[in-house]
Design a protein around this ligand. Structure first.
Ligand code: F6R
Length: 249
């Protein structure tokens, strides 16, 4: 594990985008696993700037997203497909046919999950998987539970997650209660995992993820055994992680 402690969110975003850009430069046809939510927005902005400056091109890149709400169409303003269009895809030269987000309105959700896993496996998993972390330690929408679920699956969102996500909807009732999420298997099969966390509200979860027991009660804790985990946090996000852990770079 390698931990980068950055002064603030802006620096965190610069660092994370720099690491992602390096991956694209090293392997132009790389597979990037992508996350949504507030945390990666700055990273995506910086990646767009790097593209506009001619430093990187996404022409040969394939992307696979972690998750999508179940029950809303991709055109919905809060769908994760829409999020990716707004914050990244519409600003860069990626081919739309190389961007993959689970279908939020599948005719058969079980089939959609199986097909998503089979596809990720067929392209050899992500070269780099970007992850945020929920306040409850979720990654993707792998919520705390009794076991780690390896496969892509339909998940009932935890009450805390629904509450956290309600800031993007007009009212709590509009927040989808279910999602399709990539499982722990595909996340752990990524060659490199880049976990980003910002702000005091993530400090507890990040501490549990990096220093606590490996347990499905904190899904992110499984990342402790990933062979190439890179954590980029700001000072507030890393405030509960002891110095000796931060130093073990
Ligand atoms: C979204 C996702 C989630 C978020 C997490 C943190 O694709 O995978 O695990 O990364 O909920 O969200 P923010 O960044 O909004 O705090």
């Amino acid at each position: 594990m390698r931990i980068y402690e950055e002064k603030n969110y802006e620096n965190l975003s610069l660092r994370a985008a720099g690491l992602m850009a390096a991956e694209i430069i090293k392997k132009p046809e790389c597979v990037l696993g992508l996350a949504t939510g507030s945390t990666p927005i700055g990273t995506y902005e910086e990646l767009c700037r790097k593209y506009q400056a001619g430093i990187i091109s996404f022409r040969q890149v394939t992307t696979i997203n972690l998750d999508e709400y179940l029950g809303i169409p991709s055109e919905h303003s809060q769908s994760y497909r829409h999020f990716m269009e707004k914050h990244l895809f519409s600003h860069i030269d990626i081919k739309r046919e190389n961007t993959f987000v689970p279908d939020g309105l599948p005719t058969d959700a079980e089939w959609e999950c199986t097909a998503y896993d089979a596809f990720i496996q067929s392209i050899g998993y992500a070269d780099l998987q970007l992850l945020g972390i929920g306040r409850n330690g979720h990654i993707g929408f792998n919520e705390p539970g009794l076991s780690f679920i390896k496969e892509t699956h339909v998940v009932d969102l935890a009450e805390d997650t629904v509450l956290a996500n309600s800031r993007f909807f007009e009212c709590l009732d509009q927040v989808p209660r279910q999602a399709i999420t990539m499982g722990i298997g595909a996340i752990m099969a990524a060659k490199r995992v880049l976990l980003i966390a910002s702000g005091e509200e993530k400090a507890e979860a990040l501490h549990a993820a990096l220093c606590g027991p490996i347990t499905p009660a904190c899904p992110a804790s499984i990342l402790q055994v990933h062979p190439d985990l890179v954590v980029v946090g700001d000072e507030a996000g890393l405030s509960k992680v002891p110095e000796e852990v931060k130093r073990c770079r």
